[in-house]
Ligand binder design. Structure first.
Ligand code: F0G
Length: 456
């Protein structure tokens, strides 16, 4: 059959708010024209993030009832540990309440002022945790990723030559570890190939620098490898994932993505002395090492979810959904980053709104237009989120003005996405009317969450 169906049926529903344009306009104005400040009840299709927003399966809910809430040594912890080890084979595994908690423990225990952490693309919390301890987060994306529209595969790869130059210049003393993010969220959800990971590892080994995987979307990355990297079409996603983790010395993970859970994460490593430091800080700030900030039932849900994320039929359906929306938008001429990412579609707001400059925040205009048109919530990844300010306060634009439509896992059906396509198409046709925005109120850091805007 040609039609790739959702490999599940629905046995519980959640009502969607169906809203009127006049209400949406009123709600957006009350939220300072920032969709982060909207009540979720005002949103019809919420594509703000794919993090913690997935639907759990009946198997996960059933496992949750078996959650063992013992403080120490619970059965649920053993099950969680066994599953994570089965996939990653790391010697030491620590549960955390979400991904950034793992990042914080890694950064706080391994980094000192002036250290450097290279990555193909740091996520904003990863960067913030590294910078918080006085170290520098450096992005080394592949040159191919600079062309938003090229159909090249594995645009999430790290620039190995740039990594070699950085290592030669700074050496192991300044670089306590290197990270690789699969898939590269900030780079458009683009995957990393096993070949690239192997080459990165070889370079790092020469200098004795460990490799840490930011593994949030490891299963989606494994599916890209199966589909597009030579030699893997017959390999199971579990075996591909194992091969990815075999190249690393540790991992940070947000189980809110490919753990198919609403909360949770972990930190893992092989080094015994690192593990001692991780354990000590974990106890101080997250919890005892057999629950680490999670309930026993959460550990159960994640253990089941990690394995469900590696089911080929699930990944085939998920990638087909993203590609379905991407193809429809390309056919309508809407500018999107190609190829489509694993968890999201990224609209190029600068090309969408050629009448606006970066200082007009075209991403904000586009996000707000999508909300007013159809109650669809997306997120700006442009100069509001990634722009910086010169010492005199002048805005320095981000390299790209993107808008991300993230796909929650197993939540929306094809008709929901047909609706999203129609909303984007309507906004695209009327794009000349998208206004410029000015910031009227902002926080000194991570301003995108709370800033208030005014349309001109
Ligand atoms: N790393 C990556 C690549 C991420 O995308 C995220 C979260 C994290 C780390 C942090 O994990 O949220 O569990 O603390 N990304 C979400 C998003 C928030 O919308 O892309 P967390």
């Amino acid at each position: 059959m040609q039609t790739i169906i959702e490999p599940f049926r629905i046995k519980m529903t959640e009502a969607l708010p169906i809203t009127r344009r006049s209400d949406r306009e009123k709600n957006l104005a009350a939220a300072g024209h920032n969709v982060f400040l909207l009540d979720a009840d005002a949103v019809t299709i919420d594509l703000l993030t794919d993090s913690g927003t997935g639907a759990m399966s009946d198997r996960q809910w059933a496992a949750m009832l078996e959650g063992d809430e013992s403080y120490a040594g619970s059965r649920s912890w053993r099950r969680f540990e066994k599953t994570v080890r089965e996939i990653t084979n790391f010697r030491h595994i620590f549960p955390t309440h979400q991904g950034r908690a793992a990042e914080r423990i890694l950064a706080a225990t391994r980094l000192r002022t002036g250290d450097i952490v290279p990555n193909n693309g740091h996520f904003d919390t990863t960067r913030a945790n590294i910078e918080y301890v006085g170290a520098r987060a450096i992005n080394l994306p592949s040159p191919e990723s600079q062309d938003l529209y090229s159909e090249t595969r594995f645009k999430g790869n790290m620039d190995v030559a740039a990594l070699e130059r950085l290592l030669a210049r700074e050496g192991r003393r300044r670089i306590p570890f290197c990270m690789i993010t699969v898939t590269n969220n900030t780079g458009g959800g683009q995957p990393v190939s096993l070949d690239n990971m192997r080459r990165v590892k070889r370079v790092l080994d020469k200098h004795g620098v460990p490799l840490i995987i930011d593994a949030c979307r490891f299963a989606e990355n494994a599916f890209f490898i199966k589909e597009h990297e030579a030699g893997y079409s017959e390999t199971s996603l579990l075996d591909i994932a194992r091969e990815m983790f075999s190249l690393a010395d540790g991992a940070t993970m947000s189980a809110k993505k490919d753990g198919l859970a609403n909360i949770g994460g972990f930190l893992a490593c092989n080094d015994d002395s690192w593990a001692v430091d991780f354990r000590n800080l974990l106890i101080l700030t997250e919890g005892f090492p057999t629950y680490g900030g999670l309930a026993g039932r959460d550990l159960e849900a994640i253990a089941v979810g990690l394995m469900e994320a590696l089911e080929a039929d699930y990944q085939r359906y998920r990638h087909a959904t993203v590609e379905y929306v991407a193809a429809a938008l390309v056919a309508r001429g809407a500018p999107i980053v190609r190829p489509a990412g694993g968890h999201a579609i990224f609209l190029d707001a600068a090309a969408f709104c050629p009448h606006l400059t970066a200082s007009d925040f075209p991403g904000v205009g586009l996000v707000n237009a999508l909300f007013v048109e159809g109650g669809v919530r997306a997120v700006e990844l442009g100069s509001v989120m990634f722009g910086t300010r010169a010492p005199d306060g002048a805005e320095i634009a981000a390299p790209h003005e993107l808008v991300r439509l993230a796909f929650p896992r197993r939540v929306y059906t094809q008709s929901h996405f047909d609706y999203v396509i129609e909303v984007i198409d309507q906004v695209f046709r009327a794009r000349a009317s998208i206004p410029a925005y000015r910031i009227v109120e902002q926080a000194p850091f991570l301003r995108h969450f709370t800033a208030r805007f005014m349309p001109l």
